[in-house]
Design a binder for this molecule. Structure first.
Ligand code: CAO
Length: 424
């Protein structure tokens, strides 16, 4: 049984942040109806195209398990259809630029009038304030949410991360807001507005850096490598390279093959509780009792030098051999896995974390499956819809159009070309 069975989502989202949210809800079993501009659709369908004529991986990987209706919401008949969708659905999700929905005539007041139970969920770049009217993409959010200023090396520029914390991260936040509002609606019978701003989402994920900002006002951040190197702190949380960020020092170390393989590295943590095991493993047992190394506080000013010594050992092993040697000794470490390695990892295929999906235009491709596993509601990944693939089905089965009414809608140009057999 699907957890969100019976919940209808009017999916007005595009690009990445909104679609990740509705894809998650679809994986949990909601009926997600994606509204797209006739003949155009979500801009990502035609971005970074790798198979000519087929929807891009950018689109397919963000829009699984959804149905697509083509609808011009600026056309009079299109507006009527949208009104019927609003009356029928439980949740409306959108990530248009600020003001676009109001211009379309479907701001919060109007949506509430049409359906007081409707939950209206939005992603915006910023919350209320000086930047609320701005358009925002992933990297802008990483920069304005505190991630870029704290990522990278001390002597280098601010750096964005490969993890899409601005888009997919905010989509996750929004999905949580939506299910929470659905839960509250059980008690109140009313919908509400749910807002996830990308700046807020990124800052939420960067909270330990805000923690460090306040600690910095009381003294140096002793666990940062910079401290051990005798480099003075400025007045803001600095970039900390590959420092672990917690109380246990960590760093990325070279492994066998690093000269030719850009990912022959391991993340190694010198957890205090297993310091003795680390010393034995790397062939430095004298450090166990040496007062200059035995206690964590004594090691703080020697962290780079300690990692250099550990690296002498890791360079003699592959990253997987390091993992095999450390795990039985409870030494936390992790190989740097490339996308190639992850895509070939059998255990991730077995758990459905990476799945192969077939697509009529592009053939089989790999994608991530649902990252959250529910024991009673396993998520089956179904291919993304073609543009307008379900227009007739939604008009007829969800909204009840038939006969002349259906034909009039098609003739009005509000829904584009009907692609599947379905008109009466
Ligand atoms: N029928 C008719 N018109 C439609 C339509 C439909 N089915 N769907 C969308 N439109 C119209 C909108 O009404 C809007 O028209 P107006 O500007 O004339 O009112 C227009 O299409 C474009 O919307 P947009 O401004 O949202 O799109 P954009 O490509 O210019 O901007 C983005 C994209 C992402 C920068 C912007 O939507 C945004 O800032 N969104 C909020 C933050 C966000 O989610 N960012 C992350 C995106 S992923 O990196």
């Amino acid at each position: 049984m699907e957890a969100l069975k019976g919940v209808k989502i009017l999916d007005f989202t595009h690009v990445q942040s909104g679609p990740t949210c509705t894809q998650l809800l679809a994986w949990f079993g909601a009926d997600v109806i994606k509204v797209e501009r006739p003949g155009v659709g979500d801009a990502t369908r035609k971005q970074l195209v790798d198979v000519p004529g087929a929807d891009s991986l950018y689109f397919t990987m963000l829009n699984h398990n959804k149905r697509s209706i083509e609808l011009n919401t600026k056309n009079e008949t299109g507006k009527e259809i949208l009104e019927r969708l609003i009356k029928t659905c439980d949740v409306m999700v959108e990530n248009f630029a600020p003001g676009a929905l109001d211009r379309m005539g479907f701001g919060w007041e109007r949506v509430q009038e049409l359906n007081p139970r409707m939950i209206m969920a939005s992603v915006k770049g910023f919350g209320p304030g000086p930047y609320e009217d701005c358009k925002v993409y992933e990297n802008v959010a990483q920069c304005t949410g505190g991630s870029a200023s704290t990522t990278g090396f001390l002597d280098g520029p601010p750096t964005v991360t490969g993890a899409q914390i601005g888009d997919s991260g905010t989509g996750l936040h929004l999905a949580l807001g939506i299910v929470t509002a659905l839960f509250q609606r059980e008690q109140t019978g009313r919908g509400q507005k749910v807002l996830a701003s990308m700046q807020d989402g990124v800052l939420n994920l960067c909270r330990v850096k805000l923690r460090d900002q306040q600690r910095l006002e009381r003294g140096p951040l002793t666990e940062y490598s910079q401290h051990g190197q005798g480099i003075e702190f400025g007045d803001a949380t600095p970039r900390a390279g590959n420092d672990s960020g917690g109380g246990q020092p960590g760093w990325i170390l070279k492994c066998k093959g690093w000269e030719t393989d850009p990912n022959a590295y391991v993340y190694f943590i010198t957890q205090a509780a297993v310091w003795g095991n680390i010393c034995d493993l790397i062939g430095q047992p004298d450090w166990k009792d040496d007062p200059a190394y035995a206690k964590p506080d004594a090691r703080l000013d020697k962290i780079p030098q300690i990692f250099d010594r550990i690296e002498e050992w890791t360079k003699t092993k592959t990253k997987f051999e390091v993992m095999d040697a450390c795990n039985p000794l409870d030494i936390p470490c992790g190989p740097i896995l490339s996308m190639k390695e992850l895509s070939q990892e059998q255990s991730l295929r077995e758990t459905g974390t990476i799945v192969e999906v077939d697509h009529p235009e592009r053939g089989p491709y790999l994608t991530v499956g649902c990252p959250v596993k529910l024991s009673d509601s396993p998520a089956e990944v179904k291919r993304s819809p073609l543009l307008g693939e379900h227009t007739a089905e939604i008009l007829q089965e969800v909204l009840g159009y038939s006969g002349d009414d259906f034909d009039k809608v098609v003739a009005s140009g509000a829904v584009g070309e009907i692609k599947t057999a379905g008109s009466d």
